[in-house]
Design a protein around this ligand. Structure first.
Ligand code: G16
Length: 547
């Protein structure tokens, strides 16, 4: 077929470094940007085939999110704005790793397995990119891949990852989810936010102020663009806005969460509400500094607690019997799980709690099982899903009820409109949190006081091949290498309220170690001891971890 000939010729312009092997990870491919040109071209091919296969628009986002500036990566978006389905992750890995002379065979294999008819088929791919210096040329490589298979493409240029997810969903629902443009996104979210905050009419200017760390990335650009749409309902002071500093360097949600400290150089007044986005604006964490200058972090667990409590209270007021669940990962602080499972129940705010593997794709999937699924990773990546039936019931109640019930139903309806249900979205999450705090008349300190986090620590260990670590039970236990879980169990026993697990990262070449315990000293010691066990039993490199 002439088409294969053309793909083969064009792919030579995007040569694969011989022998390079990459794995589709937690959120797509991710590595140093210099090694990704062929991957991008091939993901353009893959997205085109997926588009034919699903008869829908597919998205390709060029970003390495929280990773350093010199890395890059790609996230693939399925028709309803969700992450690429797992079966196709396997094809993506096969394509990315095929040597040049084997590429067409792998493509033909995929076409045959998925029974894709390439004759007279329409395909369309949306492409977006973050602010990394390598992103423009890498997104050109994606576009080349789409063209090679005669697909159509639309280049959205600089957008946040959640904005591209939103565009894909809007188009595939023929506008049902909203207007597929950045203006459509800004209008939809701003309107919902303005409506919600009307229920909190007496907010002072001080209460409307929020300090936002844009991680020197795309989130900063887009939030600045959005500000006029908010019509003063939120007063944002933006720092790390990309005008000076380096992307994700000593700033951003990942830095703040892992270091448990504020971004370098930020001046926070005591009690001031602050938040940080990550490099592609799909994660958010909040924090403040108290009267004694102590830093307080409100991570994804606190966010999930705030949102699920708010929704549960509204459901009760509206008299709606909808099943609400909170989905967490092994990283969820033990105190948060206890609060959700026990304290909320005792307050008659019963929610179901589930644990999924790391990666929003896993949490999203579990959250879909419920009428309302609130999912958040502790690192601040998450959103809320409403089933179609739940949305219809909420709408019906808005139309048919009156008084307090209608008031609650309207707040629920505006919340549905404010939430980006396709994927975790720092801007949408930020607005929802701000609206909830305003409506409940809550300060950041009062929110923080809902429960007290157990002290915890996250560490990284370098090993020669992180794939030697295999896990089970939503990553809470290791099954290999032999003896590692037993070692962790023995170490955990020595610490009051101790808990620890290890897992290979799917975005960086490291093994992640998590530990928590009754005191910070104990959590730190446990983290170090477990890191040493990983280093010794899983082929550590570069010297033993230091305390
Ligand atoms: C990605 C995923 C998240 C995950 C994070 C870290 O975030 O989307 O779900 O928690 O990586 O994953 P890992 O521990 O496997 O490296 P982002 O914001 O970097 O795209």
């Amino acid at each position: 077929m002439a088409q294969w000939q053309e793909v083969s010729e064009k792919s030579k312009l995007h040569p694969k470094p011989v022998g390079l092997v990459l794995q589709y990870g937690t959120a797509g491919f991710r590595t140093n940007a210099d090694h990704l040109d062929h991957v991008m071209f091939r993901m353009g091919l893959l997205a085109t085939l997926r588009s034919i296969n699903t008869k829908a628009i597919i998205g390709v986002m060029v970003t390495a999110s929280h990773n350093p500036e010199e890395d890059n990566g790609v996230k693939l978006i399925d028709p309803m704005g969700e992450m690429l389905t797992p079966a196709w992750e396997v094809y993506a890995t096969q394509l990315a790793n095929a040597e040049q002379d084997h590429l067409i065979t792998v493509l033909k294999d995929l076409v045959q397995k998925e029974s894709i008819d390439l004759t007279n088929q329409e395909a369309e791919v949306f492409v977006g990119r973050d602010t990394r210096s390598s992103s423009a040329r890498l997104s050109d490589a994606v576009l080349d891949g789409v063209t090679a298979l005669d697909g159509r493409s639309k280049d959205y240029g600089l957008v946040t990852t959640p904005q591209l997810h939103y565009m894909v969903c809007c188009c595939n629902t023929r506008g049902g989810y909203g207007k597929a443009s950045v203006e459509g996104y800004y209008s939809k979210l701003s309107q919902a936010f303005i409506q919600l905050t009307k229920s909190a009419p007496n907010r002072t200017d001080d209460q409307k102020c929020l300090l936002v760390d844009g991680a020197n990335g795309i989130g900063a650009l887009k939030l600045r663009e959005m500000e006029p749409y908010l019509q003063g309902a939120l007063k944002v002071s933006l720092f790390c806005d990309g005008t000076g500093g380096k992307l994700n360097h000593q700033c951003g949600a990942d830095f703040v969460k892992v270091q448990q400290n504020s971004p370098k150089g930020i001046v926070m007044k005591a009690g001031e509400r602050c938040c940080s986005f990550d490099g592609d604006a799909d994660r958010i964490v909040y924090y403040y500094s108290d009267d004694h200058g102590r830093f307080h972090l409100l991570d994804g667990d606190k966010i999930a607690t705030l949102i699920s409590t708010f929704l549960k209270e509204l459901l009760t007021k509206a008299g709606l019997d909808l099943k609400i669940a909170v989905v967490q990962t092994a990283y969820a602080n033990g105190s948060s799980t206890r609060y959700l499972e026990d304290t909320m129940k005792s307050l008659s705010h019963f929610v179901i709690v589930r644990c999924a593997k790391t990666g929003v794709k896993h949490l999203h999937h579990v959250a879909q099982e419920f009428d309302i699924g609130v999912y958040f990773e502790a690192n601040g990546h998450g959103t809320v899903l409403f089933s179609k039936a739940a949305e219809e019931k909420i709408q019906q109640l808005c139309d048919d009820s009156e008084g307090e019930r209608q008031g609650a139903a309207t707040l629920l309806k505006n919340s549905v409109d404010l939430i980006n249900q396709t994927v975790g979205d720092a801007i949408s999450d930020m607005l929802l949190i701000e609206a909830i705090l305003a409506i409940k008349g809550m300060t950041v300190q009062q929110w923080d006081a809902i429960y007290t986090d157990l002290p915890n620590r996250q560490l990284k260990v370098k090993v020669s091949d992180r794939r030697v670590i295999d896990t089970k039970d939503a990553e809470r236990k290791t099954v290999s290498p032999a003896g590692l879980q037993e070692a962790i169990d023995r170490l955990v026993e020595r610490h009051q309220d101790g808990r620890s697990f290890v897992r290979p990262s799917g975005t960086e070449d490291v093994v992640r170690v998590y530990s928590e315990a009754a005191t910070q000293e104990s959590a730190d010691a446990l983290g170090h001891e477990v890191s040493l066990a990983v280093y010794r039993l899983a082929g550590g490199v570069g010297g033993e971890p230091k305390p």
